[in-house]
Design a protein around this ligand. Structure first.
Ligand SMILES: Cc1ncc(COP(=O)(O)O)c(C=O)c1O
Length: 405
């Protein structure tokens, strides 16, 4: 029997583990790039559930894929395969460098699989000593203990006892540091082609070329974490497609399900062979509901209409943020790619990104931060231009309220 409940933000503190600090607002409905809270207040969504809702809220193609699959078959586990998973894997193989796909449920899980595979591949081919993973400061790869340890923020990985070993961090975009560190002991270099959580920092093409060259020289694998950049976010299906290199392993999650949890690790046949039967797995990975939605997402996103539209919207967003800055002088830089954009606060507003987020919410705009000094924008890839303009107008009011204080 269901009980009528008056659900409030205050209850969060009573019944939820206190590892999050959600805002006071509880959204209850979304449509396209707009959402409404319990009191009917409307928001323009420039956050997209942290770069997840690539087609906005309740896109009709995703809703119908989910409904249709929901009436057919929900779950089997990997004791059996299923049609939506086979279809989605085929689409991913056809549209990327990859020849093989492993499905998971979250970015962290896809990265966990990638790291285990890189270690196993190196161990099988070159022996147990080849275990070093090179990673980068400010990187973010998820919250499992392996992925958070490979991530470059000690504050996230400290305090949980002994960490997985064999991981070394160096500064992002630092070719000399990479040259100095890499050796035949290195099994993988793991990086985001554009650091998201770390502050919206793009990899320099020369740095990526060095990553590929040095990895090849030392028989190490290049692992691209495209959990945030993937599925159209930067204006390509995957960000690597607009870089001078191709990775050996790529992870994708977030936008792959447009809001339904799904992730995948993509790789070549030669590398995939090393995850033999029983070496790795997941109960839900490749779940038919998730894969049915993933298929619908790819069908919509992997088109020139949507991908070119991202580049057009990028320009509008960038111009809008720059225009706001010309009036209020709050940013030192507007950076990023596609619809993964960061406005970097200047010296006067250091550490205040959260204040802008709160002020924006008051004005009816959802946006994000990436660290304490960067306001992050990851709207739907198909946000209507009118919503983009209205969101920018609301953001301008938020900026004005802080700058005039
Ligand atoms: C680049 C990157 N990798 C991994 C993750 C972790 O993904 P998830 O939260 O789905 O485990 C994130 C999440 O923000 C991310 O941005």
């Amino acid at each position: 029997m269901s009980v009528e409940m008056n659900l409030t933000r205050a209850q969060f503190d009573e019944v939820m583990v206190p590892n999050y600090a959600p805002s006071a607002v509880i959204p209850v409905r979304g449509e396209g790039s707009r959402a409404w809270d319990q009191n009917g207040k409307e928001f323009i969504d420039f956050a997209g559930g942290i770069a997840v809702n690539c087609l906005g809220h309740c896109h009709p193609a995703l809703v119908s894929a989910l409904k249709e699959q929901g009436e057919k078959l929900w779950h089997l586990s990997n004791v059996m395969t299923n049609e939506p998973a086979l279809e989605l894997a085929t689409k991913l193989v056809q549209s990327t460098f990859a020849e093989k796909v492993f499905f998971a449920n979250s970015g962290a899980e896809a990265n966990e699989a990638a790291l285990k595979l890189a270690r196993r591949y190196a161990q099988d081919k070159y022996g147990e000593d080849k275990d070093q993973i090179i990673a980068f400061t400010h990187a973010f790869h998820g919250r499992t203990f392996f992925t958070v340890s490979v991530g470059g923020q000690a504050s996230y990985s400290d305090g949980f006892g002994p960490k997985p070993q064999g991981i070394t961090h160096i500064p992002y975009n630092d070719i000399e540091a990479l040259e100095a560190l890499i050796s035949d002991k290195t099994c993988a270099i793991m990086l985001e082609p554009l650091q998201g959580e770390g502050g919206i920092i793009d990899a320099e093409p020369e740095f990526l070329k060095a990553v590929r060259r040095l990895a090849d020289k030392h028989n190490a694998l290049v692992v691209f974490d495209e959990v945030q950049t993937g599925v159209g976010r930067t204006g390509e299906l995957y960000a690597y497609m607009d870089t001078p290199i191709v990775p050996d392993i790529l992870t994708t999650a977030k936008a792959l399900g447009g809001g339904f949890p799904i992730a995948a690790m993509l790789t070549t046949t030669d590398i995939a062979t090393h995850l033999k039967i029983g070496t790795h797995g997941s109960t839900y990975g490749g779940n038919p509901l998730a894969c049915a939605v993933g298929n619908a997402v790819l069908d919509v996103v992997n088109t020139s209409e949507v991908l070119d539209g991202v580049k057009a919207r990028e320009q509008i967003l960038r111009d809008g943020l720059n225009a706001i800055n010309q009036k209020y002088h709050v940013f030192s830089e507007v950076r990023g790619k596609g619809l993964l954009m960061g406005a970097v606060l200047n010296n006067q507003f250091q550490g205040k990104a959260k204040d802008f987020l709160v002020a924006a919410a008051e004005e009816g705009l959802m946006c994000l931060v990436a660290g304490a000094n960067v306001i992050r924008f990851t709207p739907s890839l198909i946000i209507p231009e009118a919503d983009l303009a209205e969101g920018l107008a609301r953001f301008e009011r938020a900026v004005a309220s802080i700058a005039s204080n």
